[in-house]
Design a protein around this ligand. Structure first.
Ligand SMILES: O=P(O)(O)OC[C@H]1O[C@](O)(CO)[C@@H](O)[C@@H]1O
Length: 411
């Protein structure tokens, strides 16, 4: 299903990359409201020393009033950022660079400022761990795990009483709406309303079920590109267990971030924390946790933390080994908003441009499970779009407030 990539200049003219320099726009708010709140939250959550505190405040000031500075010569990944991932944005004002590139680099520099990626006492200390840990330990997760043994499925039936298709659907929706549980999103008060099938702006679950069926028939491998830790990763793990248990997947690869990123993005440490949380739980949750533990030990569930998972680029620029990984999978499922931006391109696409068209470069069948938390969207029906734009939300808030979600598939 390879197709010729449009010339960069054609695409740029038809759908320019989203920048951060339009006052009042969503990216503008991320730079001017969300990041200052995030910085205060991080400095409150961990007793970093004066050096780290100053470096983080300096970074924030640089993003608001300065230009994008290079990585230090000693940085281990300097070759990537100033090599393959360099798109000529160093020296620009942060908001004049593409939002995707600049936001990703912000999180790279944040790790630098807080000592995560430099030799010293803070090396390897996840700045977002206090928030992730609190969420995972919270009562909400207890409730969600207990619900696995109660009447939480469609019609109040317990998950055991559901048909395999209904169960797949319920787990897909749980993994989808788990994406609302994003700590970065909630930093400046984002608290979307209740999710349900009626909040889906694109609902291609039947096609997704078809792909899962086909994957099972060929005893294929499914890749799940994870997004957030904690309350999102738990339903992702439940879905993975279901795929393995039902034979929809002979193997699953779970792609996570090699470093802390975009506040709550899952790393290998977060997978382990989620798994331990499951294993320690009573009932079905505990059994699921033990199955997943075993699956990891035997390699049926493999965790992968590729450097490109934290790249400031879209997946169209992925390196060959990753292309081969996705290209040999029966299905790749991308979770979350950032992964969606990276899958379709963080551009001002017409919302009705087909999802299959913007993902045509992807080397295998692909699905997206995403709650809408940034401007980009593709693959909407004309009527759906008109209704959204007419329904008292003409300011486009539905694109960014997390109240809507989508399931999209390209076989
Ligand atoms: O966790 P998710 O679903 O990827 O959402 C992260 C989203 O949050 C933002 O960073 C804004 O805070 C978006 O730019 C990004 O796409």
């Amino acid at each position: 299903m390879e197709r010729r990539e449009p010339e960069a200049a054609d695409t740029e003219a038809a759908a320019p990359e989203i920048l951060g320099n339009v006052p009042g726009s969503f990216p503008w708010g991320v730079w001017h409201d969300r990041h200052p709140a995030l910085v205060e939250r991080l400095l409150h959550a961990t007793p970093y020393g004066p050096g780290e505190r100053q470096a983080l405040r300096d970074l924030l000031a640089e993003t608001l009033d300065g230009v994008i500075q290079p990585l230090p010569a000693s940085a281990r990944d300097r070759e990537l950022w100033h090599g393959d991932w360099d798109r000529g944005h160093f020296g620009k004002r942060w908001t004049d660079a593409p939002f995707l590139w600049a936001e990703s680099y912000f999180y790279r520099r944040l790790r630098e400022a807080l000592g995560y990626s430099v030799p010293g006492p803070w090396r390897g200390i996840d700045p977002f761990a206090p928030m992730k840990d609190a969420e995972l330990a919270g009562d909400t997760v207890d409730g969600e795990l207990a619900a696995l043994d109660g009447g939480s499925g469609p019609g109040g039936r317990s998950p055991d009483e559901l048909s395999p298709d209904e169960r797949t659907d319920a787990l897909v929706l749980a993994a989808l709406w788990g994406n609302r549980a994003d700590l970065g999103f909630r930093i400046t008060g984002g608290e979307p309303g209740a999710g349900g099938a009626e909040s889906l702006v694109a609902d291609e679950r039947p096609a997704l079920r078809e792909l899962l069926r086909a994957a099972g028939e060929r005893r294929g491998r499914i890749v799940l590109v994870a997004d957030n830790a904690g309350r999102e990763l738990i339903p992702d793990l439940l879905l993975i267990d279901h795929l393995l248990l039902t034979g929809a997947a002979a193997e699953v690869a779970l792609h996570v971030k090699p470093h802390p990123y975009y506040v709550s993005d899952a790393t290998t440490a977060d997978v382990l924390a989620g798994l331990r949380r499951l294993v320690a739980a009573p009932g079905t949750a505990g059994e699921t946790g033990r199955r997943l533990w075993e699956a990891m030990s035997t390699g049926r569930l493999a965790v992968r933390a590729h450097a490109f998972s934290c790249a400031p680029l879209t997946y169209a620029a992925m390196p060959g080994d990753l292309r081969a990984d996705f290209g040999t999978a029966a299905l790749t499922i991308f979770k979350g908003d950032l992964n969606y931006r990276r899958l379709v391109g963080d551009r001002d696409w017409p919302a009705t441009i087909p999802f299959a068209e913007v993902t045509g470069y992807f080397p295998g069948p692909v699905a997206a499970l995403r709650t809408l938390k940034s401007d980009v969207v593709t693959g909407l029906g004309r009527r759906v779009l008109d209704t959204l734009d007419a329904g008292g939300a003409a300011d486009g808030a539905w694109r960014t407030d997390g109240s809507r979600a989508l399931v999209q598939v390209r076989p």
